[in-house]
Design a protein around this ligand. Structure first.
Ligand code: SF4
Ligand code: SF4
Length: 415
């Protein structure tokens, strides 16, 4: 696409990067076909090609207006368009630039600003979310379903095995997941223990930076990232083999640390090392299961619909791994229509754009439950909690399905 960068931006590295991205776009529109907001709203400016055009106008010096901001706000940042694009347009980087430009020019109204401030203050604050969970749990029966379904489920096994293996990896604790679905990381520790791996927990878990980066608070997001690097660095120096992410929304951000801090002389090398060390849990178990395959067992009542989060399939480009692992363990994984489309959770999107978010959830659950299934599995806490609100069957992190004594007995017997 042609672009004439405004003179005031020509010396800005971020603007030059954006210009390069725009030039790659050949305006073919293939991306519109897989864009959830374009499919729902049917407006060119609510699809990737139209949004690229709007951002191009900003880069050319056109002042931002409310309408442009509304179209960019409605983007889920799901990155389905990047997967589809034949020209390799890095749309998500461009969108983040466009959103920052708009935030600087167009101030939001008081209520909207307050909502965003509260969200970016509350969600990444692990201590605060844990306190809120503790206070709300005794009253869960009185809460509306939308809130009650966000609380940790009672009766889950939170036991973690003692450290006993020479192979040691660092578990990425995250902010929301450690408070709201603590069973995921506990199940991960137990399963990896069976593979001969000890998972070390972070001393001070906290937000990986994603929440603030995605709400255009770039500087604060980068501050979160530097804090995480400082917190993990002693374990990296002590020789951990990998950093394991059990929430694909966090994993995709941490894998991008190297790129995000490439111009920071103090942190660039450390950030790159961390990105290289980070693996999604599915990548790790896939490799470990290949070394010592478990024997499939017939499992009555084990029909699983897997919802692959956008941050796994489009962000990290990991496809088919979880499904393969589940089949290896004897589960029947059913085919899901429109599996490439977002469920509507998308980080803070479900709070900021509730109407679109709910419609996407209705569509996603229809596809996931199109044929009778016993459970929906996923790989990201945001999707899990979002889908759980309206699903007819339990919605779990897929690692919980592997965290089963029979499967491990089978694995041990054949390893
Ligand atoms: S598919 Fe790629 S090249 Fe085509 S319009 Fe979309 S972003 Fe541009
Ligand atoms: S990131 Fe998702 S919602 Fe945004 S333009 Fe791309 S496909 Fe559409």
């Amino acid at each position: 696409m042609e672009i004439h960068l405004d003179k005031k931006f020509t010396d800005e590295p971020w603007a030059n990067e954006a210009e390069e991205i725009v030039r790659k776009c050949v305006h073919c529109g293939f991306c519109n076909a897989t864009c959830p907001t374009y499919q729902l709203l049917g407006h060119e400016s609510d699809g990737p090609r139209g949004r690229i055009y709007l951002i191009t106008q900003l880069l050319e010096g056109r002042p931002a207006d409310r309408e442009t901001r509304a179209h960019l706000d409605r983007c889920l940042l799901c990155r389905a368009c990047e997967t589809t694009c034949p020209s390799g347009v890095q749309y998500s980087r461009l969108l983040e630039t466009g959103r920052v430009m708009i935030e600087q020019q167009q101030h939001r109204g008081g209520l909207e600003r307050l909502q965003r401030k509260l969200m970016t203050w509350f969600i990444p604050n692990t201590e605060l979310t844990q306190t809120a969970v503790k206070l709300a749990t005794p009253w869960r029966r009185l809460l509306p379903k939308s809130l009650e379904s966000q609380l940790p489920l009672p009766g889950k096994n939170l036991h973690r095995p003692a450290s006993r293996h020479a192979r040691r990896m660092l578990l990425l604790g995250g902010c929301a997941q450690s408070s709201l679905t603590p069973e995921t990381n506990a199940a991960t520790s137990r399963v990896l223990d069976q593979f001969g791996i000890t998972l070390i927990s972070e001393a001070n878990s906290g937000c990986c930076g994603a929440v603030r980066l995605h709400t255009s608070e770039r500087d604060k997001g980068l501050r979160d990232i530097r804090q995480r690097i400082d917190s993990w660095w002693p374990d990296i120096q002590a020789g951990i083999e990998a950093i394991v992410s059990t929430a694909s929304g966090c994993g995709v951000t941490v894998k991008d640390y190297g790129e995000l801090l490439k111009d920071d002389p103090e942190y660039a090398d450390k950030a790159m090392t961390i990105s290289r060390l980070t693996v999604d849990l599915s990548e790790l178990i896939y490799v470990e299961s290949e070394k010592a395959p478990p024997h499939p067992q017939p499992r009555p009542g084990s029909r699983v619909a897997f919802h692959s989060p956008c941050t796994l399939q489009h962000g990290q480009r990991i496809t088919g791994r979880v499904e393969t692992i589940l089949r290896q363990y004897g589960f029947t994984v059913v085919a899901v229509n429109d599996a490439h489309l977002c469920c509507g959770s998308a980080g803070t999107y479900s709070l900021l754009q509730p109407v679109i978010s709910k419609q996407l959830r209705v569509n996603k659950l229809k596809n996931l439950q199109n044929i009778p299934v016993d459970v929906i599995a996923t790989a990201n806490v945001g999707c899990q909690l979002h889908l759980r609100q309206e699903a007819k069957v339990p919605v779990l992190h897929w690692i919980e399905l592997l965290d089963n004594n029979d499967a491990h007995a089978s694995f041990r017997a054949h390893s």
